[in-house]
Design a protein around this ligand. Structure first.
Ligand code: GAL
Length: 370
């Protein structure tokens, strides 16, 4: 009897709840008003029901943003991530709040896919993604598009379309098919070109040992990343375009990492010694490692060897100033993160967005500080 009574009680409760909670859970057609059904109960955020005035003016709007960074353990992306969070914070006001949830992709595609799926389940209003694998970005884009959530991709350009918007891989659906997906980044060809131009502008055009050619070691970020591919290619292209004869001694993958950069440079210095004129690194993180190896080998940047990086980390800017590094290229983490946030806000406001946003690199050699 007790059981029957509690069953009746439970049934009555369910019916009563269904009657007063008859809110339609389908997201509103207008993307300006993201559904907040997944948010914790908070009176200020409850959608207005028929009895209440619709959105009294002055009511605070909350947007939830999920961010997945390919790996927290990365010099440049740490600067980028901190600036992204800081800038969102600066945009908070009496009328709007951006709640940013930043996750570490741990350089693991499965982990990152999981994070994106969780963001979708949690009903995030927008996702910012720094893909672990650019070749798998389409899977992440599809997840966001299917869930009707705008996605801003950053730093690692999904393959398929180049910086001029030309399709380079027909099989890839790309960003261009989706009005709510975009990429914010810098054209890595420019950074490579700047590295090469810094060398070509020197009096000896980079031929430190005077044997008539520029023999170089290339330390590559990661092979499937367009930043690495373009920097590797265009740094050397700038030399050959300037009529300089080049010779590649070795090209190795250092995964953007200082320790790996040091190891590769150390091995190369042991193997090739004075033959090396230039060590090109796809980023400053690896150049810091190479600088340590150069010092250990008793070589002197600017006197018998040249060292180039990309990012213009604070530390490397100082090294360029004091001559322990030949040059670097400013990868504008402030400009890029602010653009990503501005575009995100545009999308959250239901405004249309472009598919691609490009931020310029800046050449940083000794003359930059003059
Ligand atoms: C590059 C940057 C590298 C590394 C990489 C990660 O743009 O120069 O230092 O952060 O992005 O994708």
């Amino acid at each position: 009897m007790k059981k029957v009574l509690s069953l009746i009680l439970a049934l009555t409760l369910v019916l009563a709840l269904a009657a007063c909670g008859g809110k339609d859970n389908t997201p509103p057609a207008d993307t300006k008003e993201p559904a907040d059904t997944q948010q914790p109960a908070d009176d200020t955020q409850k959608p207005a029901d028929a009895q209440q005035p619709a959105e009294p003016s002055g009511e605070k709007k909350t947007y939830n943003i999920g961010v997945s960074i390919y790996q927290f353990n990365d010099n440049f992306m740490t600067l980028y991530r901190n600036e992204l969070e800081k800038y969102f914070g600066e945009l908070n006001s009496d009328t709007v709040e951006y709640k940013v949830n930043i996750q570490d992709g741990k350089n693991d595609m499965a982990e990152q896919t999981n994070q994106i799926q969780n963001f979708i389940t949690q009903g995030m209003d927008l996702i910012i993604c720094n893909p672990v694998q650019t070749s798998s970005a389409d899977t992440l884009i599809d997840l966001a598009v299917d869930a009707g959530i705008p996605m801003v991709l950053i730093n690692r350009e999904p393959l398929g379309v180049d910086a001029d918007g030309n399709t380079v891989d027909e099989s890839y659906p790309g960003i261009v098919d989706n009005a709510t997906v975009c990429y914010v980044g810098a054209d890595a060809r420019q950074s490579g070109t700047y590295q090469g131009e810094i060398v070509a502008a020197l009096d000896n055009k980079g031929d430190m040992n005077g044997d008539g050619k520029v023999s170089y070691v290339m330390i590559i970020g990661d092979p499937e990343n367009p930043d690495a591919q373009y920097r590797t290619e265009f740094s050397i292209k700038a030399l050959t375009d300037a009529g300089i004869e080049v010779e590649e001694l070795t090209a190795q993958i250092g995964n953007w990492d200082t320790n790996q950069g040091q190891q590769i440079a150390q091995n190369a210095l042991n193997q090739f010694g004075d033959q090396i004129d230039v060590i090109f690194c796809n980023n400053d993180g690896m150049a810091l490692g190479a600088a340590a190896a150069i010092e250990q080998a008793g070589r002197k940047v600017g006197e018998d060897i040249l060292l180039l990086g990309v990012d213009a980390l604070e530390e490397c800017q100082q090294m360029v100033q004091n001559g322990t590094m030949t040059g670097t290229v400013l990868n504008d983490h402030i400009g890029q993160s602010h653009k990503a946030v501005d575009v995100a806000v545009q999308a959250l406001n239901g405004e249309s967005i472009d598919n691609y946003y490009w931020v310029d690199y800046v050449k940083v050699d000794a003359s930059y500080f003059a």
